[in-house]
Design a binder for this molecule. Structure first.
Ligand code: SF4
Length: 460
């Protein structure tokens, strides 16, 4: 008789690195007989993969656990067990507190220990004991995870190449929840990307909290930079597009900048947070760069790749921020002209140095400043999008559009593009004449008599 597959439900909060971790956890649990379900009520095992970046992150996890408790009780009433694990950065930060405050939780596992998840589940099932695993283990987590599973059709994939951060920006929890900077070995990354290529992936986004600080031990015993790693990955024939995120201005080296001009597979899009335009605030944030450093870098990047789409993160209302400081942020935004941006009101993270600084800015002021900034950023984004109207761009198609007969993909600048076209084009790159820029996406027309580029078959 066939073995009954157990159901696994993962709810992922936060960044792309968490999305990647969730995929790896699902794959690591496959050999133990778990398959994914979208239904919380059907799940034998529930994982909340949490994020600590947003305000009141821990409280949000506790209220989510309240909902999970109701489902677990309902299942129990029908004679079915449900195991609950909390993973990610809130798990790391809260640790034993989660077990103490939330009886529904069976397993707490930090991001550095997720390769142990299958063992922790098996142990909890056999002993009935609850467990907490939030150490930073000495073994290489990535080497201990099973290789990427085959079979799942996907056009674009994330690959984490670096974790943790040594920068200690005073507002940020990452150095405490993800630990010190760590880079995976290039050989391990190349093998993972080759497996992804073999299952149809055409675009890879390399992830890291501070990805451009990457320095992996190369097979030639040299430390490989991110530029060197990207060059190697560009040699994999079936991979057509490469991207990376998130970068720190301090770690943008000349080789990486030059690669934007030299390597056609490296897409002209760069997410480079600057956080604030005032040097006084940048120093209080411990950002290790000034506004002038940032602008000089942008000039160098644009000299290498003039059409590059620049994206950024900005915080408003950092402790001590005056109207003049805020004006410096607006002025930098006006000069750089970003294609995309993520802007936030400062909110204190317990345990970070900035949480204890004097001069906390009232919420009403932060709200006002954020509204002004976001209007400016939206204008800048629309200007960038409008400038692509009338151009012919290669679009990598990722899926069906919302309307019948429509398919959707991404331009080299990461803009969403909708066109009328056959589903058979999904997974391929085709030339599109951009005809209009909407609020959040572009529309276009497939070049008449188009030819699509057949991807080169992967060797693996
Ligand atoms: S560089 Fe990024 S991840 Fe590192 S401390 Fe600063 S904001 Fe956090």
């Amino acid at each position: 008789m066939a073995r009954r597959l157990k159901k696994l439900h993962i709810k992922t909060f936060g960044c792309q690195m968490n999305a990647y971790d969730s995929e790896r956890m699902a794959e690591a649990l496959q050999p133990a007989g778990y398959e994914l379900t979208k239904s919380l009520g059907d799940a034998d095992l529930v994982i909340l993969n949490t994020c600590h970046i947003r305000e009141k992150a821990a409280e949000k996890v506790y209220s989510e656990l309240g909902r999970v408790r109701l489902t677990k009780e309902a299942r129990k009433a029908h004679g079915h067990d449900q195991m609950v694990a909390v993973a990610g950065c809130v798990a790391q930060a809260e640790g034993h507190e989660l077990i103490a405050r939330a009886p529904v939780v069976d397993i707490v596992v930090g991001p550095q220990s997720l390769h142990r998840l299958a063992d922790l589940v098996a142990e909890a099932q056999s002993t009935g004991e609850r467990s907490v695993e939030t150490e930073f283990p000495a073994e290489d987590k990535f080497a201990a995870l099973p290789p990427r599973a085959q079979g799942k059709r996907q056009v674009s994939a994330f690959v984490t190449v670096q974790e943790g951060c040594d920068k200690f920006c005073t507002f940020c929890v990452v150095p405490y929840t993800r630990g010190a900077e760590y880079s995976r070995k290039p050989a391990e990354i190349v093998a993972e990307v080759e497996r992804l290529a073999a299952r149809g992936v055409r675009e890879i986004t390399l992830l890291g909290q501070n990805v451009n600080a990457y320095h992996g031990d190369g097979p030639d015993r040299a430390a490989w930079s991110l530029a060197r790693l990207l060059q190697r990955l560009a040699e994999i024939p079936a991979i057509e597009r490469l991207r990376f995120t998130t970068s720190h201005p301090h770690d943008m080296d000349d080789d990486l900048i030059a690669l934007f001009g030299d390597e056609p597979k490296l897409m002209p899009y760069l997410h480079l947070p600057f956080q604030a335009g005032s040097d006084r605030i940048l120093a209080a944030m411990n950002r290790k760069h000034t506004a002038a450093d940032y602008e000089a870098l942008i000039e160098q990047i644009r000299a290498a790749r003039p059409d590059i789409a620049l994206s950024t993160d900005i915080i408003v209302g950092f402790p001590g921020e005056t109207d003049t400081d805020f004006e410096a942020t607006l002025s930098l935004v006006r000069r750089v002209r970003f294609a995309q941006a993520f802007s936030f009101k400062y909110s204190a993270r317990p345990g970070t140095p900035a949480a204890d600084l004097d001069g906390q800015v009232p919420d009403s002021v932060k709200k006002e400043r954020l509204a002004v900034l976001q209007t400016l950023l939206e204008d800048s984004r629309h200007d960038f999008d409008r400038a692509t109207v009338g151009r012919r761009l290669p679009v990598l198609f990722e899926g069906k559009g919302r309307k019948t007969g429509q398919i959707t993909g991404r331009s080299p600048y990461l803009q969403a593009v909708h066109v009328e076209g056959p589903d058979a084009l999904i997974g391929y790159i085709a030339e599109v004449d951009i005809s209009a820029a909407g609020p959040n996406s572009l529309t276009g027309v497939m070049k008449s008599g188009f030819e699509w580029r057949e991807p080169v078959q992967a060797a693996v």
